[in-house]
Design a binder for this molecule. Structure first.
Ligand code: NDP
Length: 398
């Protein structure tokens, strides 16, 4: 039986920060045009950052939803728990997994990323990304005390701190030599790793899991055994992993759009198809201050790109020239940053107090390509100005 094709002026695929903020951008210039918003999530768009931070420190779930009013009130039809499976650019349609067809005039791909997964332990490992994952981990923490966290990146570092601050026994396992080693300069990453150990987190750096199995061969207890390459075996009441994401570019690839570790867009967040835009974690965009294409997997980028894409979908011509910030909270340590914080770059650090408060410049030649404000607050605007130049921030802001 042929299904009816529904038509919308704007179709947004992805219900994260980028998708939600695209709706806001569209509504700035187009108060009336119909909008369909598709999300794999069963929940309307909400904030994810508190899932690994504030919610473990007394924060309330009530503050998570990104919109107070109903979506219907702003003329948005929400398709939750719905996977868009197919994009036909010639017909200007997308098709969901159940075969329903939706016509668009302008389309935004804000599909974010899919978690990388280990080739074992499928039913034992919680790949932590969503509100439902938070609930699942909460239940686990109510039932048990011992947790293994796989991965020493953002999720691993934040969750290890969060669970330890909730009195849990936490062990972290990752292949690098130190926590956040890809991001922080080596000496700082090593110091942070020592700090985690002081706070009671057992850090098993330079190791990797090779199997995760139910204890006693049965899942009845919920307990797992994590076997490591080194031969060590860890028992846990819960195993959580954050081992990175892959940008979810499948729709773009299938539709023949340019993909290069992300959907390639121009400064207006348009793909080479003028009716298809991309924003957020999935978009590889011209990073103005760095003078090259980049992809950023953090909150502010998703918010601001979503909004810019929305404005442009509604007929605007706004260029995305922001150097987006990102941040993290790790016990009582915290940072804000802009640019490319790859620890492969040469770095120059200025410390007010070593490893407690300072500024790190990440350099390509003499040019600043990233700035880490380590427990140094209120300096983001200056950091954005310096990014891409050969100037440096000073410690005191003078
Ligand atoms: P990250 O890319 O930050 O970190 C992945 C970590 O997993 C790395 O330490 C990596 O090590 C490690 N890893 C890779 N393979 C294995 C393996 N087989 N066994 C053990 N460890 C492994 O990704 P996350 O999953 O932490 O975060 C997911 C996304 O969410 C990212 O886009 C992140 O930016 C975002 N996020 C951002 C936050 C923020 O802005 N504050 C907070 C939380 C999440 P290696 O480098 O050696 O591969």
């Amino acid at each position: 039986m042929a299904t009816e094709t529904r038509s919308f002026r704007h179709v947004v695929v992805g219900g994260g920060f980028a998708g939600e903020h695209a709706v806001r951008g569209i509504r700035k210039l187009d108060p009336e045009g119909s909008i369909a918003l598709f999300s794999l999530e069963p929940h309307p768009p909400y904030q994810r950052p508190p899932l690994s931070k504030g919610l473990w420190l007394g924060g309330s779930e009530e503050k998570l939803p990104l919109r107070k009013e109903g979506y219907g009130e702003v003329g948005v039809e929400l398709f939750l728990g719905t996977e868009v499976a197919h994009l036909d650019r010639a017909a200007h349609t997308v098709t969901d997994v159940s075969g329903r067809v939706f016509r668009y005039e302008k389309l935004l791909l804000a599909t974010g990323g899919r978690v990388k997964q280990l080739p074992f332990g499928e039913d034992r490992i919680l790949y932590y990304r969503t509100l439902d994952d938070y609930h699942a981990l909460r239940r686990r923490t109510e039932a048990g005390e011992r947790f293994v966290i796989i991965g020493g990146g953002f999720i691993g570092a934040e969750l290890a701190a969060a669970l330890a601050q909730n009195g849990k026994q936490v062990r972290m396992v990752f292949p690098e030599a130190a926590v956040l080693e890809r991001v922080l300069p080596g000496d700082l990453a090593r110091w942070v790793t020592g700090y985690y150990r002081e706070k009671g987190v057992e850090v098993l750096a330079g190791d990797a899991p090779v199997a995760v199995e139910p204890v006693g061969g049965s899942s009845a207890t919920g307990r797992s055994r994590v076997r490591l390459k080194s031969g060590t075996s860890l028992e846990a009441d819960g195993v959580v992993a954050g081992i990175g994401i892959r940008p979810d570019t499948r729709l773009a690839e299938e539709a023949g759009l340019r993909v290069d570790d992300g959907i390639v867009v121009d400064g207006f967040l348009r793909t080479e198809d003028p009716d298809v835009f991309a924003a957020g974690d999935v978009a590889r965009f011209p990073y103005a201050a760095l003078g090259r294409l980049a992809r950023v997997e953090h909150e502010e980028n998703a918010i601001r790109q979503g909004e810019t894409a929305g404005v442009n979908m509604a007929g605007g011509s706004e260029r995305y020239d922001l150097s987006p910030m990102f941040y993290s909270d790790l016990f009582d340590l915290g940072f804000e940053a802009v640019g490319d914080l790859s620890s492969r770059h040469r770095t120059e650090a200025l410390w007010k107090e070593p490893y407690r408060e300072g500024i790190v410049h990440y350099l390509e030649g003499d040019r600043v390509v990233g700035i880490l404000l380590w427990n140094a607050w209120g300096r983001l605007d200056e950091a954005r100005e310096v990014l891409g130049s050969i100037r440096r921030l000073s410690l005191d802001g003078a």
